[in-house]
Design a protein around this ligand. Sequence first.
Ligand SMILES: Cc1cc2nc3c(=O)[nH]c(=O)nc-3n(C[C@H](O)[C@H](O)[C@H](O)COP(=O)(O)OP(=O)(O)OC[C@H]3O[C@@H](n4cnc5c(N)ncnc54)[C@H](O)[C@@H]3O)c2cc1C
Ligand code: SF4
Length: 479
Amino acid sequence: MKHDRELPKRRLIPVRIADWQEVYEDFPAEKVRVQGGRCMDCGIPFCHTGCPLGNLIPEWNDLVYRDRWEAAADRLHATNNFPEFTGRLCPAPCEAACVLGINEPAVAIKQIEVEISDRAWEDGYVRPVLVEKKTGERVAVVGSGPAGLAAAQQLTRAGHDVTVFERADRIGGLLRYGIPEFKMEKRHLDRRIAQMEAEGTQFQTNANVGENVPVGDLEQFDAVVLAGGATAWRDLPVPGRELQGVYQAMEYLPWGNRVQQGDIDEAPISADGKRVVIIGGGDTGADCLGTSIRQGAAEVHQFEILPRPPDERVESMPWPTYPMIYRVSSAHEEGGERVYAVNTECFLGDDEGNLRALRAHKVEQTTVDGRMTFERIEGTDFELPCELVLLAMGFVGPQQPGLLEQLGVDINERGNVSRDDRFRTNLPNVFVCGDMGRGQSLIVWAIAEGRSCAAAVDELLMGETLLPAPITPETIPMR
Ligand SMILES: Cc1cc2nc3c(=O)[nH]c(=O)nc-3n(C[C@H](O)[C@H](O)[C@H](O)COP(=O)(O)OP(=O)(O)OC[C@H]3O[C@@H](n4cnc5c(N)ncnc54)[C@H](O)[C@@H]3O)c2cc1C
Ligand code: SF4
């Protein structure tokens, strides 16, 4: 009651867009302690339900308030393998469900989480957890995003010999190639992977199962966890799609990551000096925006087909659900113009097949037979000159050629890998977790899936398990 919600300041825009480092300034420990003190230790902490991991939020808020940082780190890691990722990248559905949030700004849960985690690393509380007894069981994990990493860490700690296969040249999935440095510096990922290696998890990079690693190689393992993500992107098949200058977000963003990793000096697809249009108003679009600005784009527009969301909760999005309200990410602060209720009709090129503009019109959202549709508003057509278009319209599911087709796993009506209530596919001892089973989702859900899937694998191998399972495959966010 005595203190307001406070978050660290974002670094000055001209300074932060001149580098790629994270955008936030340091937040002194005393301020974190004060923020922890805002937690009311509710009888029924709804934040637990908001967080798919079931993070013990009031416990660690109180421990921080009492200056017991090591104990707070212990309680945080009890439910979350990677709080340094979620503390930076999670949209914090816990805060949307915070009881204080009913009539006051919610407790700064996500900020407290990242501060506990960073301090734990700095003060050396995060050490490799070594098992005393090995089981002799071997598990293959295919894919090294947050789901695969969480499953691998849980299973290694349960005593199994775990090998993670990753087709990219580095470990991390979208945390590595996708999410820009200014949202999470990759050093956080590297030190967590070093901890996992010290615990005994084996990593094989450049190992594309179904291509240069035959799927038959998986037969030597006692169980297999598929965690290959939902990497098949949604396209925009309009006239001019083939023009030079129209790319998918995920054809563009990883180059920015590679420049920051020091692999290359310049991104082969860059916004430098170009007029950019990002199609898709979500977080991937915002990542394209922040990247374009840092690369020196001449101007940026971000298109969204939906109307501008309301500034505050409306009746259809009551507490404690996660509300679809207007948010200003750090990238939005940095520049660019957001255009709502707009549909792209075609791309226009020059004589050499290079993109020179796009044509679009405004739309009105309507509902027909319970389905959302968009009707063109006559007389609103316009042309926008641009040299780079980035499609950030989401993902339709996992990529099926290669691994999935060769294994012969069943695919459900949503295009994801089918599974039963214990994360098992139709194949014996083959499990699936993360975006590959759930469809495009969030890091916090991927970690929760990895943990729960690991419990199911351990139970299969050992006949029983002590590993926690925070969610089932059917668990969905509060709506
Ligand atoms: C640009 C972008 C930004 C995002 N930002 C956020 C954010 O800020 N916050 C948030 O919560 N969520 C964010 N998300 C969503 C989040 O990143 C995903 O939900 C999450 O990474 C899914 O984890 P995963 O482990 O299931 O899959 P992924 O992270 O996709 O990892 C799958 C891995 O499997 C590998 N793989 C696939 N097939 C094979 C094979 N046959 N052999 C070997 N390896 C294989 C892939 O190379 C990849 O490395 C973002 C997504 C994108 C695209
Ligand atoms: S992981 Fe996300 S939902 Fe869970 S406590 Fe952290 S910020 Fe909140």
